[in-house]
Design a protein around this ligand. Structure first.
Ligand code: GDP
Length: 439
């Protein structure tokens, strides 16, 4: 699911890769790509435009964190907007009343009956006594289908095959539930292949008669823009409480998921990803946004960096790198910063100028210990002027830090390599006609 969208967004972010700052030009190009990716994924054009306009404002207004790349920051901004678009917070269904009544609506084939079984199983696992009600008076097969599912999940199914009045059946079912201590009644109603007046009038009447604590609209996510239109029609008539998106396991482009919430202003509460009775998930807007972006790691990294990284310090170091004055004090300070943020391997790449230079160092927490010990054995003068470190001084460092001369020499070499990379970078940005703007 969403593979297509993820790939395209990924491409959009690549445009930003290697760029030092989020400028108007690169934001405009990226935002355009993002909009195209959303529309291609079946997101309603108006919705896509609103979202990308917000993303643009957000990106332009944001002080670029020096400790993350523009691509990473942009990912986070898009992630925040997608989460918001899909409703922000997760929303539970309301189970209230004696018994609580859940009414299911939706077109035929949307996965309504399958969902009824899944929801019954889900609520049963929460130790609630559940009654499933077959209210499709047109298709006897629908009653049988619900009975099979009911048996499968161990939930009783109420039906009146001879009765053609869905209002009566649902009222009788609720009465039956009361007498038999069922706490939740799930009513599966008749669907049609397309929206039709009789169906709407009928389900409206059922809703009015039984006053459910939750009315859910079930929709097949594979139907793309149609899903959005159907949702709108049902909502105008039923004023439902929430949406169930089914068949997200298929090759659905997923855009419907993104648009429905924005168009009907009702939360998506469940997603269904298969025909197995267990394949029901609560809908978490943030997790869905992560899945769409396929970049969960980047998002948490940026979040952690935003929380932890000392911006002032990063700016100071950056200045020193540009003036070719990066020394062992700065190196140590960078190590401290990295350590504060946890998982070293992932984080090193986020420090400007450091990622590439340090890629050859095998990074784990322990790998830093001898390095720190060696640097801490240096005098302040040696830290500031590493060229002072001749053979005898290095031997002293090895002794003082409990390492050996080989380790000290390695560090010196790595440090020198790093400074070389920094000098080259500086030269490159100068010949390009000025320093790369970083903040
Ligand atoms: P109803 O007419 O709305 O009650 O729809 P059904 O529950 O009968 O589902 C229609 C078809 O879609 C059936 O073949 C189901 O097995 C299938 N189906 C339902 N939910 C899902 C789902 O989440 N994923 C997939 N792949 N198929 C589903």
């Amino acid at each position: 699911m969403f593979d297509n969208l993820s790939t395209k967004l990924d491409r959009a972010f690549k445009t930003l890769k290697g760029q030092g700052s989020i400028t108007e030009i690169n934001v405009a190009a990226t935002v355009k790509e993002i909009r195209r990716a959303l529309v291609d994924a079946d997101v309603n054009y108006k919705v896509a435009k609103e979202v990308t306009d917000k993303i643009k404002d957000e990106a332009m207004g944001r002080d670029v964190l020096i400790s993350v790349s523009p691509g990473q920051l942009m990912t986070k901004i898009v992630y925040d907007e997608l989460t918001e678009l899909m409703g922000g917070e997760k929303q539970d269904i309301v189970i209230k009343g004696e018994p609580a009544v859940v009414l299911l609506s939706g077109l035929q084939g949307s996965g309504k009956t399958t969902f009824a079984g899944k929801l019954a199983s889900y609520l049963k696992k929460q130790n609630r006594s559940v009654l499933l009600v077959a209210c499709d008076v047109y298709r006897p097969a629908a009653i049988d289908q619900l009975k099979v599912l009911g048996e499968q999940v161990g939930v009783e199914v109420y039906s009146e095959p001879e009765n053609k009045n869905p209002v009566q059946i649902s009222q009788n079912a609720i009465e039956y539930a009361r007498k038999n201590s069922k706490r939740v009644v799930i009513i599966d109603t008749a669907g049609r292949l397309a929206v039709d007046e009789q169906m709407m009038t009928e389900i409206e009447a059922v809703k009015r008669a039984i006053n459910p604590s939750e009315t859910l609209f079930v929709v097949d996510s594979m139907t793309g823009q149609d899903a959005v239109n159907t949702a709108k029609t049902f909502n105008d008539r039923l004023n439902f409480d929430g949406v169930v998106l089914t068949k997200l396991d298929g090759d659905s482009r997923g855009g419907a998921a993104l648009s429905i919430r924005a168009v009907v202003e009702k939360p998506i509460k469940f997603i269904s990803t298969g025909e197995k009775m267990e394949a029901l998930d609560m809908f978490y807007p943030d997790r869905m946004a992560q899945r769409i972006l396929g970049m969960g790691d980047v998002i948490s990294l940026v979040e952690r960096a935003q929380q932890q990284f000392d911006e002032e310090e990063a700016k100071r170091i950056n200045q020193k790198i540009r003036k070719n004055q990066f020394n062992f004090d700065d190196f140590l300070s960078q190590l401290e910063q990295i350590k504060k943020m946890g998982n070293l391997k992932d984080l090193v790449g986020m420090i400007p100028g450091m990622g590439k230079a340090m890629k050859d160092i095998e990074i784990d927490d322990d790998a830093f210990k001898p390095i720190e010990a060696i640097i801490k054995s240096m005098t302040p003068k040696e830290r500031a002027q590493p060229e002072l470190l001749n053979g005898s001084r290095r031997r002293r460092l090895a002794k003082g830090s409990g390492t050996d001369i080989q380790q000290v020499n390695n560090l010196m070499k790595q440090f020198e390599d790093m400074r070389k990379v920094m000098r080259t970078m500086n030269k490159m940005s100068q010949t390009k006609g000025g320093m790369q703007q970083m903040a």
